[in-house]
Design a protein around this ligand. Structure first.
Ligand code: PRP
Ligand code: MN
Ligand code: MG
Length: 187
């Protein structure tokens, strides 16, 4: 174990579970978009980076050609609860009009980030916008949003790892876990 995986109380989703689920989700997306010339993945920085990298490779193996775009929005800042305020920190680099877009997210918590993002992408005239999220917290949802592809529904605990951070740390852990309560006090 590394020094910071000793900050983890327990694992919620293991590295192996993530790998298997990613392949399964890629197959579903490939089947549903079999008629697309290409699929434009929009990864939501920074949390989605790990899932984006693994999902893009899994999808590329079984589906149409994949293109990658990234957006950066922020709703959490340094805290552990969503503020509901979404800011664009990095916009799309290209026109998405007429494209089959799949938004790639690490987690849907309150749903506020995605709800805003979906409206934004639709306003940019994508032909179709689907969402793939590795994790979802059904009990934390504040807005109803159509997340077509979900990896794991998890309890409303604060989780880190595989892209998810607490104060920018723990994104590099290869699994998703719950932090020990003692970690929060450290600031
Ligand atoms: C986290 C997470 C999702 C969003 C989910 O991102 O990666 O993007 O919050 O929360 P919501 O459903 O309540 O809107 P965060 O804003 O922490 O930025 P980050 O990805 O850079 O960590
Ligand atoms: Mn995020
Ligand atoms: Mg975050």
């Amino acid at each position: 174990t590394t020094w910071h995986s000793s900050d983890i109380d327990h694992v919620i989703v293991s590295e192996e579970q993530i790998r298997d689920k990613t392949a399964e989700l890629a197959k579903q997306v490939a089947a549903d978009h079999a008629d697309a010339e290409s699929i434009l993945l929009v990864g939501v920085l920074k949390g989605a980076v790990m899932f984006m990298a693994d999902f893009a490779r899994a999808l590329g193996r079984v589906g149409p050609p994949v293109e990658l775009e990234f957006m950066a929005v922020s709703s959490y800042g340094q805290g552990t609860t969503s503020s509901g305020v979404v800011r664009i920190l990095k916009d799309l680099d290209r026109d998405i009009a007429g494209r089959h877009v799949v938004v790639v997210e690490d987690i849907v918590d309150s749903g506020l980030t995605l709800s805003w993002l979906l409206k934004y992408l639709e306003s940019r005239s994508a032909a179709r916008v689907d969402v793939v999220a590795l994790l979802r917290k059904p009990d934390a949802l504040k807005v109803s949003i159509p997340v077509r592809y979900v990896g794991f529904d998890i309890p409303s605990e604060f989780v880190v790892g595989y892209g998810l951070d607490y104060a920018e740390r723990y994104r590099d852990l290869p699994f998703v876990g719950v932090l020990k309560p003692s970690v929060y006090g450290r600031g």
